[in-house]
Design a protein around this ligand. Structure first.
Ligand SMILES: [Zn+2]
Length: 130
């Protein structure tokens, strides 16, 4: 996996009562309201987060990106999906295009999904929710 740069924020908050049971948001609010004292806040751009003493779970960031894409684009079929999405100019014996998602496939290739029944699309699972 290639490493992406991430912003790392270090915050030091001093409290005269035990904040262990507080949510991060409550502790931050205490620091802002003056019940606790924020002595240090620093954000740095880290080029290799995995080498940090407190590395993040990079899965967290990659899955967050995936969810964003789903909202905008709908899901893409996985690369091992048995039906191949044809690009413009690809050779195909029976090129068929879905009116809903605009994907094209070769309906002459026999898979578990094709030939597709009339007016059906082998990529229906990956259509956007409407
Ligand atoms: Zn479709």
């Amino acid at each position: 996996m290639s490493t992406e740069k991430l912003y790392k924020t270090t915050i030091i908050i001093w409290s005269d009562t035990d904040p262990a049971s507080l949510e991060l948001s409550d502790l931050a609010r205490e620091a802002e309201s003056g019940d606790s004292y924020c002595a240090h806040q620093e954000t740095v751009l880290v080029s290799d987060p995995t080498a940090d003493a407190h590395p993040p779970d990079l899965e967290f960031f990659s899955s967050a990106f995936d969810e964003d894409e789903d909202d905008d684009e709908g899901e893409e079929p996985p690369s091992d999906f048995p039906v191949r999405v044809l690009r413009a100019g690809d050779e195909a014996e029976d090129r068929t295009t879905c009116n809903t998602c605009g994907r094209s496939w070769d309906d002459a290739v026999v898979t578990g999904y094709t030939p597709a029944p009339s007016a059906r699309c082998p990529f229906e699972t990956y259509h956007k929710d409407e």
